[in-house]
Design a protein around this ligand. Structure first.
Ligand SMILES: [Zn+2]
Ligand SMILES: [Zn+2]
Length: 311
């Protein structure tokens, strides 16, 4: 199979999955009443999924992985090239998932690393596209560690797009607002039942449900949390900016978004998200919905929240 056929197939699978998840969310919602055009969708779609994704793919593959591979020249050894492509994909899928469980756990347990992960937890609406909200540095670290071994061990060139397709579809699935009841399968395959809880603003899950693709890590290492109830609050328990650039900057400096909104330029740029929603829903619908939506939950201060984190 040629490289272009694989790219065509993986892109088709991604697009079909998007349509399927959106339809399933409308038909079997986990959290009822969450609109498709919900708060933050402009930033998750345009800034995170399109712009950040495009820029980071160039940085990661052309400016990190490629030069590292040229320097060490490990790929010429073709260490996994002789394996069937399916075995290569499965091997890298498990290897990376095991790594991401521990790195994710570390992010929740370290004050410094938490800064790379709090943007991901700032989503107050968790649905098929909410997983794209990940800080650029988090993506840079995780995807370099994910794809560098694939290139360096001399895997088949098809493994990168196939693996990226698995990541995309599985990422949409675990975040999707679908009322999945997978029974005993939830011990192995991770899904929204556990990951929706991971995004809840509830103390008991702040240190639980770190798995991405295989839930088995949470069950094996004692971090699984799967009650029969559903979460009632999502997002961070302290104030955090809504804007993409302020979220990216928040890793070094938290800027008061409300103060910036006094500047005309920032206000008109900030209003782009609302204009985007108005394109589809009409101005009255967006204004009415904004009034209905509760304000961001700020139950605890940031300092009080961080007291739960070890030094
Ligand atoms: Zn997390
Ligand atoms: Zn998530």
């Amino acid at each position: 199979m040629s490289q272009s056929t694989v790219l065509y197939m993986t892109s088709s699978i991604m697009l079909t999955s998007v349509v399927a998840f959106i339809w399933l969310e409308r038909t079997y919602p986990y959290r009822k009443g969450l609109p498709f055009l919900r708060e933050g969708i402009w930033s998750d779609f345009f800034w995170y999924s399109v712009v950040q994704n495009f820029v980071l793919q160039i940085v990661i593959f052309d400016y990190l992985i490629h030069p590292i591979d040229i320097h060490f020249n490990l790929s010429r050894l073709h260490l996994v090239s002789a394996w069937p492509v399916a075995c290569q994909v499965l091997f890298f899928l498990f290897l990376h998932d095991f790594y991401i469980y521990w790195f994710h756990r570390w992010q929740h347990n370290s004050k410094i690393l938490w800064k790379t992960h709090e943007a991901h937890h700032s989503a107050r609406a968790v649905d098929w596209i909410a997983g794209s909200r990940s800080h650029a540095l988090e993506i840079l670290i995780n995807q370099t560690i994910e794809f560098l071994p694939i290139v360096a061990l001399g895997a088949d060139p098809m493994v990168v797009p196939i693996k990226a397709c698995f990541d995309g579809v599985w990422g949409m699935y675990i975040h999707s607002n679908i009322d999945v009841r997978s029974g005993k399968l939830q011990y192995f395959i991770n899904g929204p039942e556990m990951h929706q809880w991971h995004h809840a603003d509830e103390q008991e899950v702040f240190f639980a449900n770190y798995s991405t693709k295989f839930a088995i890590w949470d069950w094996l290492f004692g971090t699984a949390y799967l009650p029969k109830t559903k979460p009632t609050k999502y997002g961070l328990p302290y104030a955090y900016p809504d804007d993409y650039f302020l979220q990216t900057l928040a890793i070094v400096k938290k800027v008061d978004e409300q103060k910036l909104l006094r500047f005309k330029f920032f206000k008109s740029y900030h209003g782009l998200g609302t204009k985007f929603l108005q394109l589809f829903k009409g101005p009255q619908a967006v204004t009415a919905r904004k009034q209905e939506e509760p304000a961001a939950p700020v139950q605890r201060s940031r300092a009080a929240h961080e007291k739960n984190l070890p030094e």
